[in-house]
Design a protein around this ligand. Structure first.
Ligand SMILES: [Zn+2]
Length: 121
């Protein structure tokens, strides 16, 4: 699992959102998998996304699910659809609503780089 998602995690550390692109059918996915969700092909490559996205779901988390996130609560989580197609869950600035055009920014939390979406002016 760690090795499989390494390009994605390394991307975040370099402030880039990466996604898997299927060379067989063109499907794009953000969660690292061994095979394409759409056609099952294992011919996958990693591409850099622009970071621009549209919010498809948003929720305010007032009670953190783990100690690691307690210091951040309350915080906003969104599911954003990248312009390249795949959807990605990430933190977002407060007040971000469904339909908002956003861009991925990054922050360090407990030794990891996480995504925080901010509205595009
Ligand atoms: Zn495919």
């Amino acid at each position: 699992m760690a090795a499989l998602s390494k390009p994605f995690v390394d991307g975040l550390d370099a402030q880039v959102v990466r996604y898997q692109h299927c060379l067989q059918c063109g499907q794009a996915q953000t969660l690292a998998r061994h095979a394409c969700q759409e056609c099952g092909s294992q011919a996958l490559e990693w591409l850099d996304a622009s970071g621009a996205a549209t919010v498809r779901a948003a929720a305010v988390v007032s009670r953190a699910p783990s100690d690691a996130f307690r210091a951040l609560a309350p915080y906003t989580l969104v599911i954003a659809e990248l312009d390249e197609g795949p959807r990605l869950m990430g933190h977002a600035d407060a007040g971000i609503a469904i339909g908002t055009r956003v861009k991925a920014h990054f922050f360090r939390h407990q030794e990891r780089t996480l995504v925080r979406f901010a509205a595009i002016e």
